[in-house]
Design a protein around this ligand. Sequence first.
Ligand code: ACO
Length: 379
Amino acid sequence: MTTGEVELRRGLKDVYLDRTEVSFIDGQLGKLLYRGYNIHDLAEHCSFEEVISLLLYGKLPTKDQLNQTLSFCASNRAVPAPVLQIVEMVKQAHPMDVLRTAVSALSAFDPAVEDNSLDALRHKGMRVTGQAATIVAAHFRIRRGLTPVAPHPTLNHAANFLYMLYGKEPDPDEARLMDVDFILHAEHSSNASAFAARVTASTLSDLHSAIVTGIGTLKGPLHGGAAESVMKMALEIGKPANAERYVKELLDSGGRVMGFGHRVYKAEDPRATHLRERARRLGEKRGHPEWYLILENVEKAMEPYRRRGIYPNVDFYAGAIYHLLAIPEDLFVPIFTLGRIPGWTVQVLEQLEHNVIIRPLLQYVGPMDLPFVPLEERG
Ligand code: ACO
């Protein structure tokens, strides 16, 4: 290791780590493809299960293949009773911390935990995706003093999640909205949480550990936690007329507007395009257009930042949608997780295909060769 001149890329900005066949992102054009298919086509025409199949098997499924995925997912959502007991024990924690703890505990009950074969990884990825929804919904109910609702035997991932939250089959439009939300969050190349999951997988650890790593990394407000911060901001703003002043004061004091900016997108994040229109329509349907209008005014106030490539990201309108679905803010990042587990899984699959342990360097800039001082002589 050298202490001399090195090419240092803080935050690994613009560093390519490997090749991928999963997601393509053109940050200048605001374009996102999963396995070659445009996110706009997938969000308009597919279900989340079709996208899971596309990501994990590399091709859009036939009807038979899709039915197999649907049936595998639907019959693997149950969570062992001891894991629900752990949820009960830690119910006062943030739902993301509860989810991280419970997914970690799931590994103790998964007979295939150490199996890193391709099929075992795909099956575990689908299993944990469904079980994570069961955990988030169970915690939502337990902390309200309600009994958890067992997973539905036939509903898809999105409808089943809403069913387990509220104990009744959801409105089909709202279930579809959640389905699209999961599709938009499913995969996004080497973002911070997927990179973290890859680092864990690169040591030949197991998928549960990689997913737990992903959950811990996604939680932060600079990553998946931004949707929660956006909705808190909208609540603080209170009404559309206050948005411009709020943004000005925030930026003048050196703050950042959450839900804006992206390491890769320097144009509109195509996922935000979908969520913006859906948030507007849902607000009108629910008789609460104000949240959309507040966010629209924040977006207007941020227009000068477009010149610097700072646009709304996927998290900006997602929070308003969840809020309108009566979901509390601290569930926003767990919901992101329920969409993202297939993405982490496929990143792990790719990592293990040509594995090399991920181990970058840090340039040492501290003191050298100091004389050692015994404890009793230190002042
Ligand atoms: N509000 C105001 N200014 C911003 C914002 C923002 N949201 N985002 C970036 N900037 C400014 C920075 O202050 C910086 O300005 P400077 O050059 O004058 O210092 C410049 O844009 C570049 O910002 P960086 O932090 O260097 O960009 P980076 O690529 O490292 O960060 C990030 C990307 C973390 C997403 C950043 O844009 C941010 O903090 N956004 C708010 C949090 C957020 O919405 N995160 C969700 C991202 S999407 C996702 O993870 C799912």
